[in-house]
Design a protein around this ligand. Structure first.
Ligand code: ADP
Ligand code: MG
Length: 732
């Protein structure tokens, strides 16, 4: 009898166990049982021997006509060659190894019928006739039976095809799994029986049987559903526990007050808040008034007006004698936030200065690059409480930064910060925890929100402020060179009218080994392509093409002061064109910018393109985005660009992005290919499973926070929540 954590050597013997360990990193009975078939073959897919093609993965049914072993002439070794036929043609099966090392030798004697699966290649003996062959095929002997009965059985038979490696004969996996299943002792099902009933899920044993040796497709479907459920549920239980623990922490309530800075600010707003801004504002205001820390994710498409929402929340805290910190992912963005917040607040941010309003506060800026004097002043203002709002980059996380009474942390553009960083800021308050508002402009598909961000409550700013004209997007393809010429013309025209233009390249491109700022997520696997365009290669050409147009350059390797200077000149309209890398991807807000040209657009991911184009059309002026590409019509890259051009719905695009990325990319690099990563569950297809699991997990954890009444579940959680998975919850 074998438990899930039994070493495989105990059940299968050292030889097989070693092969499974070396080849597939499988150590225990549980490891092997979670090595699921990659796909399943069946009679319906059987290929005739006369129609075989090289490189095809096939399953054939045939009869053995000849068995011959021979020593290899060059290398020491032995090959077992078996010829089979189905009446339409011949096929050779080759098993390399030591003499007698293959069960095939015993299993497959002339006259035996079997199913053979593998990848077709061509064998060309010297001087002989070329022949199709399968090397180390998976096979299954089919017993002689009454023809009808046998045919039925063949038709129904489902043959699991396992992920395997060269060194590991594929049939070894199948037989090993069979042996393990026959000896398996499972503890009581960790899932509560009532839950299984409610969700129509089969028991665990049935699930393992059904995924490894299904008799029907229905069995297989039920098995997959159950095992998927387990994957989703464990994560959701862990998240529910985290949420519950976070909700139990104390925080200082900061309720809305009348006649404070917040209402003063509202009264002065030059525009009406959108319905969404008001609603989300109310949610946040209520959260801030509670005795437990807010932990909220605010999603809003680019230009949705998240900053105002955050600023109003910050002012509510300041009205309660607390401080708020705004954490930005880049210097450019921190500086811009600082400028726009002080701008919006006007004399409300001039406490202690001539002309400052009566109940005014101060805004401090803290970045890694600022001079010693400015930094010292900012640190003092933060520590003394003079600054009600402190804006900064990662520099805010350093230990030397102290706050008098930090009540709210706003993290802008979440996807660049990890949970630890949020926590680092939280540690900066004495007793209570600060409230936390996380903002992201990358619309997050529901499934990702429920898993990766599953410990946060979410709010969505669904609509853009009125008076925005939509951004038009066009692809500038290689087959229409006139479009590119027109692009340069258009830039000159816009500049002549006093409008501003961004031109984005994937790379800086000035030195060797420069990886630029762009994440070349998209087609990295396509080798042999020219390297992506760099700013420094494009710049001299632009100087020609756009003679008379004032061009500035912005990228991540510039000194922060230079970056700031360039941004200032651009904002101040001393520059017409900003040639940049993706440093301008997030948050940059210049309402006078109308055109965004993205060079080598196919090198960017869908969400990234959407973010980038969000930089234009922010004022009342119509925005135009041009996606310049070399990608051929009909290619995957072009489909992606066409999708971006066809819609401005960020949520639609983020779902598309999710479909095109591998799960590991979404869940963080640590997840990809690890044994504990999600095997069956996918974030783009299993929204319903994830949602149901979340619902059940939340209810279960609320009634039994420590899982005291669910010891089986607690054990599974502990073992599955190993280092990897904990990392998944932390890092992503
Ligand atoms: P994002 O959500 O991308 O961070 P911002 O907060 O930068 O968007 O807002 C984009 C622009 O829209 C800013 O210039 C801001 O002043 C303006 N804005 C915000 N809310 C409104 C509104 N309700 N009506 C009109 N303009 C608004
Ligand atoms: Mg923003």
């Amino acid at each position: 009898m074998a438990n899930l954590d039994e070493p495989l050597s105990k059940v299968l013997g050292d030889k097989t166990a070693n092969a499974l360990k070396k080849g597939l990193d499988l150590h225990t009975v549980g490891d092997l049982l979670h090595h699921y078939p990659r796909r399943y073959a069946h009679r319906g897919e059987l290929t005739q021997l006369s129609g075989l093609q090289d490189g095809e993965h096939v399953t054939v049914m045939a009869e053995v006509v000849k068995v011959q072993g021979r020593s290899l002439t060059r290398s020491p070794g032995y090959v077992l060659e078996i010829t089979v036929t189905d009446g339409t043609g011949l096929l050779k099966l080759s098993f390399f190894g030591r003499k007698g090392s293959y069960r095939a030798e015993k299993d497959l004697s002339p006259g035996t019928r079997g199913l053979f699966a593998g990848k077709i290649s061509t064998y060309r003996p010297r001087g002989g006739k070329a022949m199709r062959q399968l090397t180390h095929p998976q096979y299954k002997v089919v017993a002689e039976k009454g023809a009808e009965e046998a045919a039925q059985e063949w038709a129904d038979e489902i043959i699991p095809i396992y992920p395997s490696t060269k060194a590991l004969p594929i049939e070894t996996i199948g037989t090993s799994v069979g042996t393990v299943l026959d000896q398996l002792t499972l503890p009581a099902d960790p899932m509560p029986g009532a839950l299984l009933g409610r969700r129509r899920l089969v028991g665990l044993r049935e699930a393992y049987e059904g995924i490894h040796r299904p008799r029907t497709w229905d069995e297989l479907g039920k098995a997959r559903a159950r095992l998927k459920w387990d994957e989703a549920f464990v994560v959701q239980v862990a998240l529910a526990q985290r949420r519950l623990a976070a909700a139990a922490l104390p925080a200082t309530p900061r309720p809305p007050s009348f006649g404070g800075l917040q209402s003063e600010f509202d009264a002065r707003l030059p525009f009406e808040l959108t319905e969404g801004q008001r609603q989300v504002g109310d949610e946040i205001a209520a959260d801030l008034a509670r005795e437990h820390p807010m932990h909220r994710l605010l999603q809003g498409d680019v230009g949705a007006g998240k900053t105002v929402v955050a600023l109003r929340a910050m002012l509510q805290v300041v009205d309660n004698c607390g401080q708020a910190a705004l954490l930005a992912p880049t210097e450019v963005l921190a500086q811009q936030h600082y400028r726009s917040i002080t701008g919006m607040l006007g004399d409300l941010a001039e406490a202690g200065r001539i002309g400052g309003a009566e109940n005014a506060t101060r805004v401090a800026l803290l970045t890694g690059s600022q001079g010693a004097k400015a930094r010292k002043e900012a640190l003092l203002d933060a520590a003394s409480g003079t600054a009600g709002i402190v804006v900064g980059t990662h520099a805010l996380l350093q230990e030397s930064v102290q706050f008098a009474d930090l009540g709210l942390v706003v993290v802008d553009e979440q996807h660049r910060f990890g949970v630890e960083q949020r926590d680092a800021l939280r540690e900066k308050t004495g007793g209570g925890r600060p409230h936390v508002l996380v903002m992201t402009a990358t619309p997050i598909p529901r499934t990702v929100a429920m898993t990766v961000f599953g410990d946060l409550e979410t709010s969505v700013l669904g609509q853009l402020p009125a008076g925005r004209s939509a951004i038009r997007t066009h692809v500038v393809p290689p087959e229409k060179p006139a479009f590119l010429a027109r692009t340069w013309e258009r830039i000159k025209e816009e500049a002549a009218e006093g409008r501003q233009i961004y031109i984005v390249c994937p790379r800086i491109g000035e030195q060797e080994g420069d990886e630029g700022d762009a994440m070349d997520t998209a087609d990295a696997e396509e080798s042999g392509r020219r390297s992506p365009l760099g700013i420094m290669e494009v710049l001299p050409k632009l100087a020609d093409l756009l003679a008379g147009v004032r061009i500035g350059v912005l990228h991540g390797k510039l000194h922060p002061d230079e970056k700031d200077a360039v941004m200032r000149r651009f904002t101040g309209r001393e520059l017409d064109v900003l040639l940049a890398t993706t440093v301008i991807e997030v948050g940059v807000d210049v309402p006078n910018a109308t055109v965004m040209v993205i060079m080598d657009a196919d090198r960017f991911g869908v969400s990234q393109l959407h973010q980038l184009r969000g930089r234009v059309g922010r004022g009342s002026l119509q925005g135009l985005c041009l996606l310049v590409t070399d990608a051929e019509p009909g290619s995957k890259a072009r489909e992606r660009l066409d999708a971006v051009a066809s819609t401005t719905d960020g949520f639609k695009l983020s779902r598309l992005d999710l479909e095109q990325r591998r799960e590991g990319d979404v869940l963080g690099a640590a997840q990809a290919g690890r044994t504990s990563s999600l095997r069956l569950l996918t974030l783009h297809r299993d929204e319903d499973v994830i949602r149901d699991a979340r619902e059940e997990a939340t209810a279960l954890v609320e009634s039994d926070p420590g899982l005291a009444d669910h010891p089986g579940l607690a054990t599974v959680l502990a073992s599955l929540l190993d280092a990897d998975r904990a990392e998944f919850l932390e890092k992503t």
